[in-house]
Ligand binder design. Structure first.
Ligand SMILES: Nc1ncnc2c1ncn2[C@@H]1O[C@H](COP(=O)(O)OP(=O)(O)OP(=O)(O)O)[C@@H](O)[C@H]1O
Length: 203
C-alpha cells in the first residue's frame, strides 16, 4: 500500500480498541484471524478492506475484501472514503471508514489486516488500535509458505518477498507494535495472540 496517507480526519469512538494484525504477506495473518473467528464467533468483526487485486480461489466479495476496479478505487480515494490506503505489489488496498463503522455499530471488536504503510497511516488517525506484528521465522520459510498456499505467481512471490524484507525491518522499529509474534508453530502463535487479546479485553 503506497503513500501511506491518511485521507480523513474522521473521529472514531469504539467501545473496544480495535486490533491491527500486520506483517509480511504469507506470515499467517489470515490464518490466525480465521482461528479467532472460529473460537469466538460473536466477539469480533473483520474490517473488510477494498482492493483492486483479483479474488483468490475461495475469497468472497464483501467478506474477505471488496474487489473493485482501479477507477472506482481512485474515485473513492478522492471522495475521502478511506481511513488509510496504499499500494502493495502493484495493487491498491484501503480501509474504508464504513468498514470500521460497520463493525463498531455491531458492538463487536474490530480486527484489521493491514501492511506497514497502513500501520503508519492509522497511527495518524483517531482509531487508536492495538498493533500486533505477525512475522515469519525466516524469509526461506515465508517463501515456502507462499509457494505452498498456491495463490501466487512466481512474479508475485518475488514482489512479496521484497516487500517482506521491509516489513521484517519495520517490525523492529521501537514502539510501533504492542506485540510481536514469530509465527513458527501455529497453535503456539495463536495462544499468544489470544492471551494478549484476553489480557487487554477490558479496554
Ligand atoms: N505457523 C504456521 N506454520 C505453517 N504454515 C503456516 C503457519 N501459519 C500460516 N501458515 C500457512 O502459510 C500460508 C500463508 O498464511 P496466510 O494466508 O494466513 O498469510 P497472510 O499473512 O494472511 O498473507 P496475505 O497478507 O498474503 O493474505 C497459508 O497457506 C497458511 O496455511
Amino acid at each position: 500500500m503506497p503513500t501511506g496517507q491518511t485521507t480523513t480526519s474522521f473521529s472514531f469512538k469504539m467501545t473496544k480498541r480495535p486490533i491491527v494484525l500486520s506483517g509480511p504477506s504469507g506470515a499467517g495473518k489470515s490464518t490466525l484471524i480465521k482461528k479467532l473467528f472460529v473460537d469466538f464467533p460473536n466477539r469480533f468483526g473483520f474490517s473488510v478492506s477494498h482492493t483492486t487485486r483479483g479474488p483468490r480461489p475461495g475469497e468472497t466479495h464483501g467478506k474477505d475484501y471488496f474487489f473493485i476496479s482501479r477507477e472506482k478505487f481512485e474515485e473513492d480515494v478522492n471522495s475521502g472514503k478511506f481511513i488509510e490506503h496504499a499500494e502493495f505489489s502493484g495493487n491498491h488496498y484501503g480501509t474504508s471508514i464504513d468498514a470500521v463503522l460497520e463493525v463498531s455499530k455491531s458492538g463487536k471488536q474490530c480486527i484489521l489486516d493491514i501492511d506497514m504503510q497502513g500501520v503508519l497511516s492509522l497511527k495518524r488517525s483517531s482509531l487508536n488500535p492495538f498493533y500486533v506484528s505477525i512475522q515469519p521465522p525466516s524469509i526461506e520459510i515465508l517463501e515456502n509458505r507462499l509457494k505452498g498456499r498456491g495463490t501466487e505467481t512466481d512474479e508475485s512471490i518475488k514482489k512479496r518477498l521484497i516487500a517482506a524484507r521491509k516489513e521484517i525491518e519495520f517490525s523492529k522499529t521501537a514502539g510501533v507494535f504492542d506485540l510481536i509474534i514469530i509465527n513458527d508453530d501455529l497453535e503456539r502463535s495463536y495462544q499468544k495472540l489470544k492471551k494478549f487479546i484476553e489480557e487487554n479485553s477490558s479496554v
